[in-house]
Design a protein around this ligand. Structure first.
Ligand code: SER
Length: 317
C-alpha cells in the first residue's frame, strides 16, 4: 500500500491534491505536510497532519520514517511574482528544499513528484508550440529554481535510480484555494470579480497568451503520471502538459456568454507582464500524451461554466 507525504498541502495545488489522494488511497495513507499556514478544517479533520518544511532535512527524515512513506509530492514553492520579491527565499525552498527531498527519497527509497512550470522557459525559448526538449534560459528566480528542480530530478533518477517524475504545469485555475503571487493568477481572479462586481481590471495586456489548466485535470495529471507504467517513458521529469491557451480578451468573451454585462479593463503590472512575455503562448504536450496517455477533460468553455457556478455558490451570489 502506498504511504504518501504531501509537502505544501495547504497551497494552491496541495490543498486539493491531498483530498483527492485521500479519496483514492485512504485518508490514513496520505500525510498532509504543512509549514506556516494553518490547514483548513477539511484537511485537518480528514487525515494525518504533520508540520514539515522541505528546508529542514531532519524533520523530513523523521516524518518519512514515522509513516513509512514511499511517495513524496513536493509542492512547496513560491510562485513567480512573489519569488521576484523574495529571490533568496524562493531559492531556499525551490532548490535546497528540492535537494533535501531527493536526498531523503534516495535514503528511504521513495518516489518523488516534482511540479515544474511554464516558468521554466525563458525569452530565448520558442514560445509557440514550445517543444518538450528546447532552450531553457529563464530570467526569473522562479524559473531558475524550476530548471534546477527538473535537472536535479533527472540526475537523482540517473545516478541513484530514484523514481522521480514531474510535469511542467501551466497556470492552474481553481475555485477552491486562491493562488498567491503568480503571473497567471489573473485567470482565477477574473472569475471572482465577474461574480462580485461584473467587471475586472487585468494586470496583463490584451494579446498575452498563456497556457492554462483546470484543477481537476491538474490533479489527474499528477496522479496518472505517478501511476503510469514507466516502461514507455522517454522522459521522466518536466513533461509539458496543457489544456488550453488564451489571452485576457478570450477568457473575458467566454465569461460574457454567461454574464453579458461583464466588462474587462486593463491596468498593466510591468513585472507580471515582463514575466508573461517570456513564457510560452502554447506548449506542445505530445510527449506526455504519447508516453503516459495525458489528455485533459476541460477546455475553456467547460472550465468557465464550472468556475462561474462554483464561485457563485461559494460567494452566495
Ligand atoms: N502559476 C505559476 C505562476 O504564475 C506558473 O507556474 O507563478
Amino acid at each position: 500500500m502506498k504511504n504518501i507525504l504531501i509537502i505544501g498541502s495547504v497551497g494552491q495545488i496541495g490543498s486539493e491534491l491531498t483530498m483527492e489522494l485521500r479519496r483514492k488511497y485512504g485518508s490514513e495513507h496520505v500525510i498532509a505536510g504543512f509549514r506556516k499556514t494553518q490547514p483548513s478544517e477539511e484537511l485537518a479533520n480528514s487525515g494525518p497532519l504533520e508540520r514539515v518544511d522541505a528546508t529542514d532535512v531532519e524533520r523530513l527524515n523523521e516524518v518519512v520514517k514515522k509513516y513509512n512513506i514511499d511517495t513524496i509530492y513536493n509542492l512547496a514553492a513560491l510562485l513567480s511574482a512573489v519569488a521576484e520579491e523574495k529571490p533568496q527565499a524562493a531559492w531556499n525552498v525551490g532548490v535546497n528544499g528540492v535537494f533535501n527531498v531527493l536526498e531523503v527519497a534516495r535514503e528511504h527509497n521513495c518516489a518523488v513528484f516534482f511540479p515544474s512550470s511554464i516558468g521554466a522557459f525563458g525569452p530565448t525559448t520558442p514560445l509557440d508550440n514550445t517543444p518538450q526538449d528546447t532552450i531553457q534560459r529563464p530570467n526569473t528566480m522562479y524559473g531558475v529554481t524550476k530548471v534546477a528542480g527538473e535537472l536535479l530530478s533527472d540526475y537523482y533518477h540517473k545516478r541513484f535510480g530514484v523514481d522521480t517524475r514531474g510535469l511542467r504545469y501551466p497556470g492552474i485555475i481553481s475555485s477552491v484555494t486562491l493562488p498567491g503571487g503568480g503571473t497567471t493568477d489573473y485567470a482565477v481572479e477574473i472569475f471572482y470579480e465577474a461574480i462580485k462586481h461584473k467587471k475586472y481590471t487585468c494586470p496583463l495586456k490584451a494579446g498575452t497568451f498563456l497556457d492554462m489548466m483546470y484543477m481537476p485535470d491538474a490533479l489527474d495529471a499528477a496522479i496518472d503520471l505517478m501511476e503510469a507504467d514507466p516502461s514507455k517513458f522517454k522522459h521522466r521529469n518536466a513533461f509539458n502538459v496543457t489544456a488550453m491557451s488564451f489571452d485576457p480578451e478570450i477568457i473575458a468573451a467566454e465569461i460574457k456568454k454567461h454574464i453579458p454585462e461583464f466588462e474587462l479593463s486593463y491596468d498593466n503590472d510591468p513585472m507580471k507582464q515582463a514575466i508573461a512575455e517570456t513564457w510560452p503562448n502554447k506548449m506542445d504536450d505530445s510527449c506526455a500524451r504519447e508516453e503516459w496517455g495525458w489528455s485533459p477533460k476541460y477546455v475553456l468553455a467547460e472550465m468557465t461554466k464550472d468556475m462561474l457556478e462554483k464561485i457563485a455558490v461559494k460567494l452566495n451570489k
